[in-house]
Design a protein around this ligand. Structure first.
Ligand code: BES
Ligand code: ZN
Ligand code: ZN
Length: 478
């Protein structure tokens, strides 16, 4: 989407539709206050009124509700409400008169809500021109001072990256294979001098003895990939490691999932999508930090060659694991990737994964779960979540949870005894592979799709891109 900041009034903005916000008890700007119907314009949160003042483009009045209850999340929401109304009115460009024009964070939030709401996944519709879905908004002008320009552009870069992550999530598993994700990583590296890509093939993964990734991939014909992106942005801080679960389809394997809901398991690579596109956004923003991203990618298929319940494997760091449930595959591939990222220089590490159904029960789609071995990093992740609107809530890592992951015949089991504390025990398993490195695991199984918020709706959400970009901004040191 084209985004610009202009020092103009509503009439001079040159957009097809002007948008103004109205607080409870507030007043409309003088130029439109006398338009027919202006007195009845509604100020309740998300309420809409359309005015047609003389000598003006049409003006959409968006109710902002009570001033005291209005913050950045509400801005993302009204941004989305206006963008969807503009689409319904078949309008291609809007100009927003910001409620607080000098506030850079507000500008970023409004841009975010607008771009995320102006998204649709229709790549596989053959007659896009003639279908009856509304025309999507193409251009957003913010009426405000030049000082908010940087924030508006940051919002645009992150939101567009998030929309690309949504594309990757929604692309079906017959197209979005591990090879496809590896190609996207290589494309990102081609686009930025500061980014390089390395992709390990099955034989290289075998040579490195990444037993988790190999075990999960052995049931299907798709070649697994261990995808690595390195970003050298400089700065004086520690190298940040990002790891994203890239299971391009999770059938459960021999511990087969029930059929209902299985199509969503094409999105079991949502962590990978967020990590890859966050790296692209971080590079586009030129943030001053060094980064290594590792994405283990594979399908999880049942077959005569598939890993079986009870099989014992050896992970990249040498620990042995009983695979007691082949549907708990995410932790097996993340274990190798975490150990590899640390070996390759990650000094603090954050992983994103659609890891457990239990997190959907615990936190729904409102918060992702954070499990960490380091209070400061956990706090940073939670803060980046709060600042970006991608919320995260910490769950405890007590030593007792580690006990639940001990194996009977091997060092570890991939399944907790009696399935206790599903989300935490998955985290306790991962902790075995990070040593002393500060690490935070973010379980996004509840937030990666069907969130139902105004600006992401249902379907793929791209959750994590904004959180990771925000985290990288905190790490950025110039
Ligand atoms: N990909 C699933 C988790 C998931 C479930 C993501 C629902 C999104 C929505 C993961 O691989 C899985 O199947 N986990 C199992 C682990 C269990 C067998 C210990 C689960 O949560 O049931
Ligand atoms: Zn699974
Ligand atoms: Zn999975």
């Amino acid at each position: 989407m084209k985004v610009e900041v202009k020092q103009a009034d509503l009439a001079g903005a040159g957009a097809e539709l002007a948008v103004v916000g109205l607080f409870e008890g507030g007043e409309l700007p003088g130029e439109i206050a006398s338009a027919p119907g202006a007195d009845e314009a509604r100020s309740g949160f998300k309420k809409l009124s359309l005015l047609r003042p003389e000598g003006f483009p049409p003006v959409l009045v968006v109710g902002l509700g009570e001033r005291e209850e209005f913050g950045l999340e509400e801005l993302r929401v009204v941004g989305a409400v206006a963008a969807k109304e503009a689409a319904r009115l078949e309008v291609g460009s809007i100009a927003w008169a910001l409620p607080d024009p000098d506030n850079a964070d507000a500008a970023e939030a409004l841009v975010t809500g607008t771009i995320l709401a102006s998204y649709r996944f229709d790549r596989f519709k053959s007659d896009r021109e003639n279908d009856d879905s509304p025309r999507l908004l193409e251009s957003l002008t913010l009426l405000g001072p030049a000082e908010i320009e940087d924030a508006a552009m940051t919002g645009r870069v992150a939101a567009e990256a998030q929309n690309r992550a949504r594309d990757l999530q929604s692309t079906p598993a017959n197209v979005a294979t591990p090879t496809f994700l590896a190609e996207r990583a290589e494309e990102i590296a081609t686009g930025f001098d500061a980014v390089s890509a390395e992709v390990l093939s099955r034989s290289e993964i075998e040579a490195k003895k990444m037993g988790g990734l190999l075990a999960v991939s052995q049931g299907g014909p798709q070649e697994p990939k261990l995808i690595v992106l390195r970003y050298s942005g400089g700065g004086s801080g520690p190298t940040l490691g990002l790891v994203g679960k890239g299971v391009t389809f999770d059938t459960g394997g021999i511990s087969l999932k029930p059929g209902a809901g299985m199509p969503d398991m094409k999105m079991d690579m949502s962590g990978a999508a967020a990590v890859l596109e966050a790296v692209a956004a971080i590079a586009e923003l030129g943030l001053a930090l060094d980064l290594i991203a590792v994405v283990p990618s594979t399908e999880n298929m049942p077959s005569g060659t598939a890993v079986k319940p009870g099989d014992i494997i050896t992970q990249y760091n040498g620990k042995t694991v009983e695979v007691n449930n082949t549907d708990a595959e995410g932790r097996l591939i993340l274990a190798d990737a975490l150990a590899y990222a640390i070996e390759q220089g990650a000094e603090r590490i954050v992983d994103l994964a659609t890891l457990t159904g239990a997190v959907v029960i615990a936190l729904g789609s409102t918060y992702a779960a954070v499990i960490a071995n380091d209070d400061a990093l956990a706090e940073e992740v939670i803060e980046a979540g709060a600042d970006s609107g991608e919320l995260a809530w910490r769950l405890p890592l007590h030593p007792e949870y580690k006990q639940l992951m001990k194996g009977k015949f091997a060092d570890l089991s991939n399944l907790a005894a009696k399935r206790k504390a599903g989300t935490i025990t998955a985290g306790a398993f991962l902790e075995e592979f990070v040593g002393e490195t500060p690490w935070a695991h973010v379980d996004i199984a509840g937030t990666a799709w069907d969130v139902g918020r105004e600006y992401v709706g249902n379907g793929a959400s791209g959750f994590g891109v904004r959180l990771l970009v925000e985290l990288a901004r905190h790490h950025s040191t110039t």
